[in-house]
Structure formats: C-alpha cells, structure tokens
Design a protein around this ligand. Structure first.
Ligand SMILES: [Zn+2]
Length: 171
C-alpha cells in the first residue's frame, strides 16, 4: 500500500455516507477528489476513511486507525434508523464476502452473478454512487470472462468504467 499526506486533502473530514471520493491519479501524480452525489452550497465535502460494515465496527476502526469518534450524519442517527442502515451495511458485507469467494465463483457462477445483482441494488440504495459500485462491476466482469460470457462481460466492463469515471474522473 502507498500512503501519502496531501496538505489540502487531509483536511477533508470523514463521513460514513460521503459525498466525494478520493483517489490517486497516476497521470497527474496527484490525489483527486470527485463528487459522487449532489453537494449543496455550504455543505461540507466528505470522503470515507472507513472499511465498511455496521456502525460498531466502523467506529472501532476509525477510533483505532484515525483516533476519532465518528459523529457523521449516519452515526448520529437515532437508533431505530441506525439499525436499518446497519442491517443494509451488514448485507453489503455479507454479499461482498460471498462474491469474493473464488471457489464459489468457479463452481456456482450463476449464484455469484445473482449476488452481484443483489449487492448492486443495496449499494445503489445505500450510497447511490461510489467506488464499491465500480469495483462490483469489475468483479462481475471478471466472473463473466472466467465463464466465457463475452456479452455480459462487455456490458459490465462498460458500466464499471462509467462508475469509475464518476469517482475518479477521466474518460
Ligand atoms: Zn460515521
């Protein structure tokens, strides 16, 4: 892993529901920030430092790695609403793990693609846009290539590319 400190970017706060995505641009040799949802005038720009999962595991990670207690718009929701979001984040984690199992990809490709579809729906519902959607299309692309499904592979490649451009620019 490559780490870096960027004088402006390190001032951007974390949110568990960020409105922007940061990525390294190897062409310009600089870190870039792209909006992944509409940002109102005066609204704080936020990126995600967390590794996903429900609020308790995000909070533990953020405390351990970055030494702060997350009080973002998600983490400060009343408990009943937070529990609904936690259930969705757990489902995302579960589907992500299932899709990442290489044996299952080889043995039950149709189940894996069905999981990709379910995961896409939850991710879009939860985040609208983001890097995890681009990565998911890439996973689906690789699964299709592995099983010789060129037609699906090219659809997923194109959608993955468009999602990536939203997060990282280019195109
Ligand atoms: Zn949070």
């Amino acid at each position: 892993m490559i780490g870096g400190i960027y004088p402006t970017i390190c001032l951007i706060n974390h949110s568990c529901l960020p409105n922007a995505h940061n990525s390294w641009n190897s062409d310009t040799k600089g870190e870039t920030i792209h909006a992944i949802r509409h940002i109102n005038a005066g609204e704080e720009i936020t990126i995600s430092y967390d590794k996903g999962g429900p609020s308790d595991s995000r909070r533990t990670h953020l405390k351990d790695a970055f030494e702060f207690d997350c009080n973002c718009s998600v983490c400060s929701l009343p408990l009943p609403e937070l529990q609904i979001i936690d259930a969705r984040r757990l489902q995302i984690q579960y589907l992500d793990d299932a899709i990442g199992d290489p044996n299952r990809v080889m043995e039950r490709p149709d189940d894996c693609l069905a999981d990709c579809h379910s995961l896409l729906q939850v991710l879009e519902e939860e985040f609208h846009r983001g890097a995890s959607i681009a990565r998911l299309y890439y996973d689906a692309f690789q699964m299709s290539i592995t099983h010789g499904d060129q037609a699906r592979a090219s659809v997923f490649a194109e959608r993955g590319y468009k999602s990536r451009v939203i997060c990282e620019g280019g195109g």
